[in-house]
Design a binder for this molecule. Sequence first.
Ligand SMILES: [Zn+2]
Length: 318
Amino acid sequence: MITSQKSAPCLGCGQELKKAFNAIEPGFEVHRCPSCGMGRTWPDVPSCEIGRYYPAVYYGKDNVRFNPLLERLTQLFRLQRARVVRHRVKAGTVLDVGCGRGFTLSYLKSLGFKAHGMEFSDTAAWHARNVLGIEVETGDFLNSRHQKDTYNAMIFWHSLEHLPSPIEALVRAHELLKKGGLLVVAVPNFDSLQARLFGRHWFHLDIPRHYFHFGKKTLKKEIQAQGFSIVQMNHFGFEQNPYGWIQSFYNALGFDPNFLYSILKNKTARTHQIRQHLMQAALTLILLPLFTLLSLVLVLVETALRQGGTIEVYAVKR
Ligand SMILES: [Zn+2]
């Protein structure tokens, strides 16, 4: 699929992008804007074809993605996320775009919110709808049936970078929110220390599912340009940032890309079977304590430098 075609202009500032590196995924490149630093996956997969990069195994059987311990941890992170929203918005209606399995919405519902979700496909929405009973619309967010000036809060938790038109999505979020409504956006930070150190081996690139690679500057600028005032930007995230370091160390050392991530998953969601990679699994385990320790130190460093591997932005509609 590799192409010599010229890249599209920068979504953030319109400048011509330059090739930064070949992605690990064959046939893809990552381009970067020399002016604002925004990245983009090239070529981009048309929306009508992206579905094949989200096969059933991506979600796991019955949408169970990880081993029981990590599943429990994931739910604690979702509960925490719901509490953070509740801290800023006392009540009302919330829309989670890319709601995944719906845990955050389910916790918000139990805190008294009316909870709505948006997902890319019925497979992705299965758990939220059928297990948690959340109302989830599927399909294209830009053409969804949601009403203007309706929502008290909208969440894009690691979903904006999966959308082929993220700026339009922010414009639409602004339309759907009530005045003073809260926008929550979390994305991998392409300007981060881990992104710059690891380049093509950086775990959070997730190509070609991520169309765009936001840096903190571009994200901030785009959110403000669409009529929001930023109230908080976090560079510390325990859910994503240490793991970004750990997995990128292995990737850079030549392990199969995201091998550890695969074996931490539920059996039905794994892309690698441990018994076929015993040596690699053993080496992975041996190195894990060292990489975990290093990652914790580096998370403190990146947070202090305001260069977190992923960032969270809280903004309100002006
Ligand atoms: Zn730019």
